[in-house]
Design a binder for this molecule. Structure first.
Ligand code: HEM
Ligand code: HEM
Length: 430
């Protein structure tokens, strides 16, 4: 429930919302100019919300394929494909009627998100509904994967790792390439670097999934390839992140004065952080300690909370006042939210680092006869304080989410301001 809500509910709605906002601006065309695109956009929203509701209900009813991040059963998969194709038509439809000839970097990343997820989702969710295969027997909401055993695992983690790539990374880079220059008033530091990082990311990510299956039944060369490509992945990842940081060159005072720039800067810093930590975990000898331990969710959340979470939060903070033509309700509430959530993330991942490495070392310890030195309960007792710290971190992040929702709600329901006032309230205009 948690991972699907985060990926398909929170992150994907952030992707759609920012696409509709950013796409129209960088392509210099309004969706309202095409009746078809407007109707499609509305339908896309309605079907997406219905799809998410159906997905939540089906999971609560216990329907699952049991493949991580690909849990939905086949009828929901079909609904997801329809929603995704509608988004694709909307992207290419808007590109087709654009006034701006060149496609800004963010558009490349949105296109890559569309194509990447489509390919991954279709291949990993190839499944045979048992009801039809058995001539009308059994549960209609049940299916069997088209792949078996090790092959199933390989396709699953090719998909799973690239869900990180094409849901938690590529579209988030699309967001920062638009919102950071807009918010700071600075041009992107280097277009060359953005080009290199883009193609580097596209090529390297797809080969790194093997790092989820180290020491498994997958052929050894595939595991080694996964590790090697994970290390290489640092280059395009840091290429984008450094491009972001250097975009603020000479304008560092904005980090102190603007809470929104704080969110954007820390998002790219957490991106650098998790794309260094991931490759370290992909080294076989490190993975032998890290795998199955709390260090993995630690890595997951400096990426998802610090990078994905902060970027979507920042994007909505940027968009809401402009969409609703109202001033942001409270900057100081936003600053407080930033510090509370940053503290929450730091508590979360530091506690999970210590817990994970402790856990990994305890599991490996044995006496001279090869008997395990610790029982499972021993590790649980040692990890207890770190679990509490993670709970505190998670609670702080959650409090921040409520502060964010309140700030946006108050912004939406405030008195509308005139266009001229809006221009002066937001330095870059709408
Ligand atoms: C250079 C980039 C990255 C590399 C090489 C990398 C590598 C890894 C490795 C080795 C694991 C542990 C596999 C295991 O032993 O179970 C992992 C897990 C994970 N990483 Fe990354 N990571 C990277 C970036 C990111 C980012 C930016 C995010 C999120 C925003 C992320 C999200 C995840 C998730 C969700 C898992 C857990 C998967 C599961 O459910 O088991 N990673 N990553
Ligand atoms: C208040 C904020 C959050 C809290 C307290 C939280 C907590 C947790 C917990 C306790 C787990 C299970 C870890 C375990 O196996 O021990 C988990 C897993 C996970 N969470 Fe979160 N989470 C939060 C927000 C998010 C967000 C915003 C995202 C994505 C955008 C996310 C993505 C994930 C993923 C992908 C996993 C699976 C990791 C794995 O299988 O290794 N979480 N989370």
């Amino acid at each position: 429930m948690h991972t699907d809500a985060d990926a398909f509910g929170f992150t994907v709605s952030g992707i759609f919302a920012t696409w509709y906002y950013v796409g129209q601006r960088v392509l210099k065309v309004s969706m309202a100019e095409s009746k078809f695109l407007m109707t499609l956009g509305k339908l896309h929203f309605i079907l997406y919300v219905l799809g998410v509701a159906a997905a939540v209900i089906s999971l609560f009813m216990g329907y699952t394929t049991s493949k991580e991040y690909a849990e939905f059963e086949w009828p929901i998969d079909i609904a997801i494909v329809i929603v995704w194709v509608m988004w694709g038509i909307s992207i290419f439809g808007l590109i087709g009627i654009r006034r701006e000839k060149s496609l800004y970097i963010s558009v490349w990343y949105y296109i890559a998100t569309f194509l990447g997820v489509a390919m991954l989702y279709l291949f990993n969710n190839m499944e045979i509904p048992t009801y039809f295969a058995s001539g009308g027997h059994g549960d209609i909401m049940h299916s069997v994967s088209a792949y078996a055993g090790t092959n199933d695992a390989l396709v699953q983690w090719w998909y799973g790792h690239n869900a990180v790539a094409f849901v938690f990374t590529v579209p988030i880079i699309a967001m920062i390439y638009y919102f950071l220059p807009k918010e700071s008033g600075q041009a992107i530091y280097s277009y060359k670097l953005s080009l290199l990082s883009f193609w580097g990311l596209m090529f390297v990510y797809l080969w790194a999934g093997g790092h989820h299956l180290l020491f498994s039944t997958v052929p050894d060369w595939i595991q080694t390839m996964g590790s090697v490509f994970s290390i290489v992945l640092i280059l395009p990842s840091w290429g984008s992140a450094i491009n972001m940081l250097l975009t603020l060159k000479g304008e560092w005072q904005q980090v102190a004065s603007s809470p929104l720039i704080k969110f954007l800067l820390l998002a790219s810093t957490f991106y650098m952080f998790s794309t260094l930590e991931g490759p370290v975990q992909a080294v076989k000898s490190v993975n032998a300690i890290a795998h199955f331990t709390d260090w993995i969710p630690g890595h997951v959340h400096d990426g998802t909370l610090g990078w994905v979470g902060f970027m979507i939060i920042a994007s909505i903070f940027h968009m809401a006042p402009r969409i609703f033509k109202r001033e942001l309700y409270s900057k100081s509430l936003m600053t407080a939210q930033f510090w509370i959530q940053t503290l929450g993330i730091v508590f979360y991942f530091t506690s999970m680092w210590i817990a994970g490495i402790t856990q990994g070392m305890m599991w490996r310890s044995h006496d001279e006869y090869g008997n395990l030195a610790y029982s499972f309960m021993d590790t649980v007792n040692v990890l207890h304080p770190y679990m509490i710290l993670r709970g505190v971190g998670g609670t702080l992040f959650l409090i921040g989410v409520f502060m964010w929702a309140y700030n946006i709600y108050k912004t939406m329901s405030a008195r509308p301001i005139e266009e001229s006032e809006l221009q002066s309230a937001t330095p870059m205009g709408a």
